[in-house]
Design a protein around this ligand. Structure first.
Ligand code: 13P
Length: 248
C-alpha cells in the first residue's frame, strides 16, 4: 500500500465564521480531488466547519489536544472532545506549540497516544531551527524528534508525519529540493525500521508551500503531501495546491 496523498491546511489562529465561505468555494472548485484534503481551523470553527463540509471530501481537524481525559484543565481540549466535535485529525507538536507553549517530544508523544485512543489521526510535526541547520544538526534533530514524539501505537492509518523546518514557516523561504529529499528519506528509513507499515506513513512537507512551488515539492521522493499555513486560508491559493498534489 502506497502512502495516501494528503493536502492539509493549518489555519492557526485565523478565521471567524465568515471564513467558512472559503470552504464552500474550495469544495465547489475541487469536489472530488484525487487526494485527501484536511483543514485544521481554530477550535471555535471545528464544529461549524464539519457541518458545512458534511457529505464532502473535506476532513476537519484540531491544532492541538490535551494528553489527558476531560477534567479540570482550563483552556485545554481533550482528544475525545475534538472527536465529538467531528474532527478526524489533530496536529501535534507544531513548532508554534513547541515554542509558544513549551511542548516537548514527551508531551507530543503523550498527546499522540491520547489522539489515537480517541480515534483521531495524529499529524505529528518535526523540524529543525535555522541554527540547528546551520550547525549541521538537521538529521540528528529530526531523528531525535521522531523517536521521541511518535508513540509505539502509531500506524500508517492513525499517524501522519509533517516535516516543517522552523525557519521556513511563514517566511517565504523553503529548503532546496535536495534538502527536503534528504530529510524525507531519513524519516522514511526511520519509520520503516521501527514500524511494520513504516513505509506507508504519509510524509508531508510544510513551510511556505504556495501554488507556485507546490508541484515541484510534490515531485520529491517520499513527499506525500503538504501542511500549508498561510496559503490554506484562501480557496484561490489552497485549491491549486490540492490540484497539484492530485496531479502528482
Ligand atoms: P506557512 O505555510 O504559512 O509557511 O506555514 C506552515 C505551517 O506552519 C503549517 O503548519
Amino acid at each position: 500500500m502506497a502512502p495516501r496523498k494528503l493536502a492539509a491546511g493549518n489555519w492557526k489562529m485565523n478565521g471567524t465564521l465568515a471564513a467558512l465561505a472559503e470552504i464552500d468555494q474550495l469544495l465547489a472548485d475541487h469536489p472530488q480531488p484525487d487526494c485527501d484534503v484536511l483543514i485544521c481551523p481554530p477550535a471555535t470553527l471545528i464544529h461549524p466547519m464539519v457541518g458545512r463540509a458534511a457529505g464532502s471530501v473535506l476532513n476537519v481537524g484540531g491544532q492541538d489536544c490535551h494528553a489527558g481525559a476531560p477534567g479540570a484543565h482550563t483552556g485545554d481540549i481533550a482528544a475525545e472532545q475534538l472527536h465529538d466535535a467531528g474532527a478526524s485529525h489533530v496536529i501535534l507538536g507544531h513548532s508554534e506549540r513547541r515554542s509558544d507553549h513549551g511542548d516537548t517530544d514527551a508531551d507530543v508523544h503523550a498527546k499522540s497516544v491520547a489522539a489515537h485512543q480517541a480515534g483521531l489521526v495524529a499529524v505529528i510535526c518535526v523540524g529543525e531551527t535555522e541554527g540547528q541547520r546551520d550547525g549541521g544538526q538537521t538529521l540528528d534533530v529530526i531523528a531525535s524528534q521522531l523517536a521521541g514524539s511518535v508513540p509505539d501505537c502509531a500506524t500508517a492509518a492513525n499517524t501522519v508525519i509533517a516535516y516543517e523546518p522552523v525557519w521556513a514557516i511563514g517566511t517565504g523561504r523553503t529548503p532546496s529540493n535536495d534538502q527536503i529529499a534528504e530529510v524525507h528519506a531519513l524519516m522514511r528509513d526511520r519509520l520503516a525500521a521501527r514500524f511494520p507499515d513504516g513505509g506507508d506513513f504519509a510524509l508531508l512537507y510544510g513551510g511556505s508551500v504556495k501554488p507556485g512551488n507546490a508541484a515541484e515539492i510534490f515531485a520529491i521522493a517520499h513527499v506525500d503531501g503538504a501542511l500549508v499555513g498561510g496559503a490554506s486560508l484562501k480557496a484561490a491559493d489552497f485549491g491549486p495546491i490540492i490540484a497539484a498534489l492530485a496531479a502528482s
